[in-house]
Design a protein around this ligand. Structure first.
Ligand code: ZN
Length: 297
């Protein structure tokens, strides 16, 4: 489930090959509130059930935010109407099937590690960090093919690390989080402050490449330098064998060159960064495949 759409997939795995049997989407329509979101999920699963004539024994669910282990209630969702809700219990009641909720960035990282670009490019990687930089910032840690959830359910939640005072106030209650500086909307707002113009991140990136828009140049330079600071923290703590850069900003090629140069300035390794930075392979599908992988062992 994402902020704009919900996707359901039924797939078969043999080894690391995936055969999709059925795939369907519905809009999340999150502005209509929590009950509506649950209803959308339930009707989507019913549609898949009708089409495949398969009855699920268990459903893996990729969600923004996470379940607080001590209460079973949702927290940390940027779709804020979900916070404090017993979503797992509500969906199980609506569907009559046990459900496991896993944070979407963890699902993304798991899918790319086991079925996606990490499997293709660095198959021996034991420790993988999946970064999401899109409408929000998130992250997931995979160790030996398993997602690390953590004591509070916040394992890998890199998006809300403090990055810089120049960032904005964040919905999470803090200020200057990664998400308030190097997410797409934060950078678009930064460009707007400089130029007075509303542009998408894609447009700003194209303008940066022309070299003729000083505000676009300043915005992308902010992205690269702040990316360097934010990613160096991950490498200093975890030193992963591979980092996958997902979300819309992961498509910006210069992150893999200029951005990585900035990482070198801050890493505790005399400027040497051998970490492979990989572009994801599964696109939008990573979440839905990762959700299923939670049960594949
Ligand atoms: Zn935050």
């Amino acid at each position: 489930m994402g902020g704009t759409k919900i996707e359901a997939a039924v797939y078969e795995m043999s080894g690391t090959e995936v055969k999709v049997i059925c795939r369907k989407r519905l809009p999340t329509e999150s502005v209509k509130g929590y009950d509506h979101i649950c209803q959308q999920v339930i009707s989507l699963i019913q549609q898949v059930r009708d089409e495949t004539q398969l009855i699920p024994a268990h459903i893996g669910f990729s969600t923004p935010g996470t379940v607080e282990p001590s209460t079973g209630l949702m927290k940390n969702c940027n779709t804020t109407c979900m916070n404090g809700q017993a979503m797992k219990a509500d969906l199980e009641q609506g569907l009559g099937v046990p459900i496991s909720l896993t944070n979407d960035a963890n699902c993304f990282a798991l899918a790319e590690a086991r079925l996606g670009i990490v499997r293709d490019k660095t198959p021996d990687a034991q420790v993988v960090f999946g970064v999401i930089m899109g409408s929000g910032c998130g992250g997931g840690v995979i160790i030996e093919g398993k997602s690390i959830t953590g004591l509070h359910g916040i394992g890998g939640e890199w998006g809300h690390n403090f990055l810089d005072e120049s960032g904005e106030d964040c919905y999470c209650g803090s200020h200057g989080c990664n998400e308030t500086i190097i997410s797409g909307p934060a950078l678009q707002r930064y460009y707007h402050q400089l130029s007075g113009k509303e542009r998408t991140m894609q447009e700003i990136t194209m303008l940066y490449r022309t070299g003729e828009d000083v505000h676009a140049t300043a915005t992308l330079h902010r992205l690269f330098s702040m990316f360097g600071k934010a990613i160096s923290v991950i490498i200093n703590i975890l030193d992963p064998d591979a980092i996958v850069l997902g979300g819309g900003l992961g498509n910006i090629d210069e992150l893999y060159t200029h951005g990585v140069e900035e990482v070198k300035k801050h890493i505790f390794n005399k400027g040497v960064v051998n970490t492979p930075f990989l572009k994801p392979k599964l696109g939008d599908s990573a979440g839905v495949f990762g959700a299923g992988l939670v049960f594949s062992d």
